[in-house]
Design a binder for this molecule. Structure first.
Ligand SMILES: Nc1ncnc2c1ncn2[C@@H]1O[C@H](COP(=O)(O)OP(=O)(O)OP(=O)(O)O)[C@@H](O)[C@H]1O
Length: 246
């Protein structure tokens, strides 16, 4: 229910169910992402985080419940229409063309095949490495730099909401630091970010709000600060699976 003085969240999932084949994966997900800032989706392996992002994008079809984005019911829309409504998705397997240069990767993601120079400058402000390797094949870049190309591709056209799945997976700590700096810059723009992560240290200072999933449902939602300062709550909600990623 909406509070009269509180703006509607940019994204709301209400009682969302998703079946994959015979498996009932999402079992009534309730999730609200307020406009602006960075929300985090945490949870053990297999909790349903990736399935939630894919269901938002229409890559899996919700079998029940509703998904509202920016005042519109998007539950039954096809993926291209959901993207056009203003949601970008960076999947876990970085969406990068290895044989193409960084510039060509971005060019392919631009709607009219044209790169807006001021937009490119804005993006390279977050990811200076992209400027440096602008004309290099993306396949030659490090894992972290490829992740930056994947995120840059997602935001080459202005988007209202950016969904990013585990950007730090498999990255060296130094690269994670530069990715964190980039997210810090990005979250101060008017793009709302929903970040799936296993690396609690990466998101504990970055996140404004946190949602924790378990067994296909959101079992906790609140300010990140509350969770970050409460060791007992972390242990209860996140168990050992996250500690092993720190
Ligand atoms: N294509 C699929 N076919 C069958 N089951 C699937 C498929 N994709 C995911 N699942 C199952 O759905 C459940 C949720 O998976 P999901 O990838 O959403 O979890 P996750 O929280 O993102 O986990 P991780 O952190 O390990 O990526 C898991 O039990 C997984 O085995």
């Amino acid at each position: 229910m909406e509070h009269p003085n509180r703006p509607e969240p940019i994204l709301t999932l209400s009682g969302v169910h998703t079946h994959i084949g015979q498996y009932h994966i999402l079992q009534g997900v309730d999730l609200a992402v307020p406009r602006g800032g960075l929300s985090v989706l945490l949870g053990r392996n297999g909790a349903g985080k990736t399935t939630t992002l894919r269901t938002i994008m229409g890559l899996w079809r919700a079998s029940g419940g509703t998904i509202r984005f920016d005042g519109q019911d998007i539950t039954r829309l096809d993926t291209p229409d959901i993207a056009r409504a203003g949601i970008a998705y960076v999947p876990e397997s970085m969406a990068v063309f290895s044989n193409l240069t960084v510039r060509e990767n971005l060019l392919l993601a631009a709607r009219d095949g044209l790169l807006e120079p001021s937009r490119v400058d804005w993006i390279c402000g977050f990811f200076p490495a992209l400027k440096k390797f602008w004309n290099y094949p993306a396949g030659n870049l490090s894992g972290g730099q490829k992740q930056m190309v994947a995120i840059a591709r997602a935001i080459v056209e202005p988007k209202k909401l950016l969904l990013v799945d585990e950007p730090t997976k498999g990255l060296a700590p130094a690269i994670v630091q530069s990715l964190m700096a980039a997210f810090r810059e990005l979250k101060d723009t008017d793009t709302t970010i929903l970040l799936v992560e296993q690396n609690f240290n990466f998101v504990r200072t970055l996140g404004d709000l946190v949602n924790v999933m378990d067994d296909g449902r959101v079992v906790h939602a609140g300010p990140m600060r509350t969770l970050a300062e409460d060791d007992a709550l972390q242990t209860r909600l996140l168990g050992l699976s996250l500690d092993s990623h720190q």
